[in-house]
Design a protein around this ligand. Structure first.
Ligand SMILES: [Ca+2]
Ligand SMILES: [Ca+2]
Ligand SMILES: [Ca+2]
Ligand SMILES: [Ca+2]
Ligand SMILES: [Zn+2]
Length: 493
């Protein structure tokens, strides 16, 4: 009994702290992808000792891992950055083209996604379909910026590279009570197929949602009415893929889909696209950056400071790099004056890449200007965020993730030196590098690699231009790096 509660409290405490951080959220703590448990649910699961099994269920969905296709693409791009840095010709694009079967929703261009709204004989919907359509693909209803609309958010996040369009089908109401649905993967898929067959019979063209032409519909958002169930249970919110290969509609099989409530507190509340914005991040291939399990691996995720952590602000520059929305400048050797525009507005970031000569897709520091503009408007302050990325792979997956690995794939360096996130706490304004802050071998935290060796990376002389919203600073990369060449855009000396 004592050991059960000790294990449980090691899981519980970080979750509670993260839930506290969620109080930042405009729309409440109800909107993660594998949506996290509430404090009330945690108390129940501690009482009945079911928490570990539920955490295992959450892990089984795999939402904490990056899509392999993004991985391959990111590795290819990082290697080319390294080659560019050395004055070498770029690699043949064919060399690293991932298998077609790995492809998911395209990350650039015009992409059509489908939302299907399913109601039950005993659970009537509350939200008009027109409202959902406007908040997914239109201008929203004027409130909730920057989460007013799925497509508007991604238009900003991608600097106009990703245009999300689509359709909402609904409400389709089943002839039976919701309790007639079999609460298994097969039962879930049969329900979705029933709704799709209904609209197919009415003449809807589903082939338009196979944007990449691989024979599978890229991404469907499934909304359902009624009360939510227990955390990580059937009637909860998560993202997964179709198992059934026998089903097709208009010649297309089904691919990824997210499964979520119409309203968390159904029949109360009002619909928001915030969950859809996070889930679409998964459909694009991004992982969750929050910590699923305070009992294993590193703690604290990115402290809530990301759309793929606590549904907060913009996607970070690492995510945007792997999604092809920005290409960072790279400084591998020497000391340079750098000026960065806000990453909420301009596709700019800087990689301090001390291992560019040895492991081009290894470990590095990534710097971006997080001025409170566009999707970053809700963040706590203006300044630089510095990420410690360890994107080494085993040829298939990243070796590191933010839940279970030996250290994080993506770690926010805390300028205040308090290491609160690593203790399961939240990110805050103190974690931004602003005028007077420094980052280097002699600061806390230091710019060491995960092996403990000095990287030679320094950031200092930071100044914020409140008119231009740019941030100037001096950056220094390790002495062992390679010369920086042909990257004059951000590096002015
Ligand atoms: Ca059809
Ligand atoms: Ca497809
Ligand atoms: Ca963990
Ligand atoms: Ca801190
Ligand atoms: Zn998620």
């Amino acid at each position: 009994m004592a050991s059960v509660s000790r294990v449980a409290s090691r899981i519980l405490v970080p979750f509670l702290v993260v839930l506290g951080a969620l109080l930042w959220l405009v729309l409440g703590a109800v909107a993660w992808a594998m949506q996290p448990p509430t404090t009330e649910q945690l108390a129940t699961y501690l009482d009945d000792a079911s928490l570990a099994a539920r955490a295992a269920e959450a892990r089984s969905y795999g939402n904490h891992l990056m899509r392999p296709e993004l991985l391959e693409r990111a590795r290819f791009k990082a290697e080319n950055l390294s080659r560019q840095n050395q004055g070498l010709a770029p690699l043949d694009p064919e060399v690293y083209t991932p298998p077609a079967a790995w492809r998911g929703m395209p990350t650039t261009g015009t992409v059509k996604v489908l939302a299907v709204c399913i109601a039950f004989a005993d659970k009537a919907p509350v939200t008009p379909v027109e409202t959902i359509r406007s908040k997914l693909y239109g201008a929203g209803t004027g409130s909730g910026f920057p989460y007013e609309s799925l497509s508007a958010y991604y238009e900003r996040a991608s600097y106009g590279k990703l245009h999300i369009e689509g359709e909402v089908l609904g409400w389709y109401t089943t002839s039976n009570a919701r309790s007639a649905v079999t609460e298994t993967t097969a039962g879930r898929e049969e329900l979705i197929e029933e709704a799709l067959d209904h609209y197919d019979a009415l003449g809807h063209d589903f082939s338009q949602y196979d944007n990449n032409g691989d024979g599978r519909i890229d991404y469907i958002l499934v909304y359902w009415t009624g009360e939510h169930g227990a955390w990580a249970s059937f009637w909860w919110g998560y993202q997964t893929s179709f198992w059934a290969t026998s089903y097709s509609v208009d010649g297309k099989r089904l691919g990824d889909y997210s499964w979520q409530w119409e309203l968390y507190s159904w029949p109360s509340g009002s619909y928001t696209p915030l969950v859809a914005i996070h889930e679409t991040g998964h459909a694009l291939g991004l992982p969750d950056y929050y910590d699923y399990d305070g009992n294993t691996g590193p703690d604290g995720g990115v402290g809530g400071l990301d759309m793929m952590d606590a549904n907060k602000g913009d996607h970070n520059a690492f995510s945007k790099f792997v999604l092809d929305w920005l290409t960072p400048a790279v400084l591998s050797r020497g000391r340079r004056a750098v000026s960065l525009a806000p990453s909420g507005e301009q596709p700019e970031a800087l990689i301090l890449f001390p291992q560019a000569d040895g492991q081009p897709f290894g470990e590095y520091f990534l710097v971006q200007n997080r001025w409170r503009v566009q999707n970053d408007t809700p963040l706590p302050t203006d300044g630089l965020t510095v990420w410690h990325v360890d994107a080494q792979t085993d040829g298939w997956d990243y070796l590191f993730d933010n839940s279970y690995a030996g250290h994080k794939l993506l770690r926010l360096m805390e300028a205040d030196g308090l290491e609160e996130i690593e203790a399961g706490g939240g990110a805050d304004a103190g974690d931004y590098y602003r005028a007077g802050s420094r980052f280097g071998p002699d600061t806390a935290p230091a710019s060491s690699g995960y092996d403990g060796a000095a990287s030679g990376v320094r950031i200092d002389d930071i100044s914020l231009d409140t008119v231009a919203t740019t941030i100037g600073f001096r950056a220094e990369a390790g002495p062992g790096g390679l010369p920086t060449a042909a990257l004059g855009l951000l590096l002015d000396e």
